[in-house]
Design a protein around this ligand. Structure first.
Ligand code: NCD
Length: 322
């Protein structure tokens, strides 16, 4: 498909036509484009809730190829296209497809693109979505490639901050957890830096943000704080973005054991937090947020998960020209 950038990505200032585009990395889209998606997403909320009917994508087919587990991303994409009158072609579990017969990703993509108008791909290998886009004439949306990128999660995270706080710029966003293997934070910090938020990284020392991502953020003129003291970081946070330790990405199970359960957000640790802090999490959570936090006004992770529907509706509608 039309390529805007090849890696390493550079910040874009020019708004590009969305129609027919791939979305592989968050660095593929400019600041103006981000706000185009967010503003359109806001208009999609009544349709996402089923309160209004709109069939602007009638006749369009979206193929979902998930080579890795997913609940929210796949279902919210499927809900998004169906709420707009389109249909889903679900590849199912990889075990049920010709992948088990040894078919390559490139061949699978060449088939699926012939059956659909847009492809949504999740894959355990970093770079898989970029490869798929190289083989596909139809737009490819990256729904997570290994520890690489997760750009649509970033758009819904940005939407959530914008919706809750009114602005993104100037908010201090504290990112807590597995910053090394978590793809959601890899995409998100780039966008937050581009949009002028302040960043604090809190992680066990072995799970800090990869240097190349810190450098990308530095190139945007931002200097994230890297701290180990969670209490202090929480005091300054406008947004606390918590992540799960990505157990499945550890090459060594012992390395995982050494960090498992090393942080947890509960009512006690939130005592000194700002009264209007919002707590976000891409989900699924394991033990890193105590269930007691769910009842506080700070907890917006379930609303954040809902926001995946209007944001993906906006994106699909822009890409498919609905
Ligand atoms: C995340 C993912 O798959 O990267 N989940 C999601 O898409 N909402 C986060 C995770 O698995 O921890």
């Amino acid at each position: 498909m039309k390529k805007l950038f090849s890696p390493p990505p550079l910040p874009s200032t020019v708004s590009m036509e969305f129609k027919g585009r791939d979305l592989i990395s968050i660095a593929d889209i400019s600041k103006d484009d981000v706000f185009r998606v967010l503003k359109k997403a806001r208009t999609m909320i009544p349709i996402a809730q089923g309160a209004k009917v709109d069939e602007r994508l009638k006749g369009k087919v979206m193929a979902t190829l998930f080579f890795e587990a997913s609940t929210r991303t796949r279902l919210s994409f499927e809900s998004a296209i169906q709420r707009l009158g389109g249909r889903v072609l679900n590849f199912g579990v990889p075990e049920a497809s010709s992948v088990t017969k040894g078919e390559t990703l490139a061949d699978t993509i060449r088939m699926v693109e012939a059956y659909s108008d847009v492809l949504v791909l999740r894959h355990p290998q970093e770079g898989a979505a970029r490869l798929a886009a190289d083989f596909s004439q139809k737009p490819v949306i990256n729904a997570g490639d290994g520890a690489g990128q997760h750009p649509t999660q970033t758009l819904l995270d940005l939407f959530t901050i914008w919706d809750e706080k009114g602005v993104i710029e100037g908010n201090r966003v504290v990112l807590l957890g597995d910053l090394k293997y978590g793809r959601t934070v890899h995409s998100l910090v780039y966008a937050l830096a581009l949009l002028g938020a302040e960043l604090t990284f809190v992680a066990p020392p072995t799970l800090q943000m990869p240097r190349e991502i810190v450098e990308m953020v530095n190139e945007l003129g931002h200097k994230p704080e890297e701290v180990e003291d969670l209490r202090k970081a929480i005091r300054d946070a406008d947004v606390l973005y918590v992540t799960r330790i990505q157990k499945e990405r550890f090459p060594d199970p012992q390395e995982y054991q050494s960090v498992a359960g090393s942080y947890r957000i509960d009512l006690q640790i939130l005592r000194d937090a700002k009264k209007d802090v919002i707590i976000m999490h891409p989900l699924p959570r394991v033990t890193e947020i105590a269930p007691e936090v769910d009842r506080t006004p700070y907890a917006i992770y379930f609303k954040q998960a809902f926001n995946g529907v209007p944001v993906r509706m906006a994106l699909l509608s822009l890409i498919l020209g609905g």
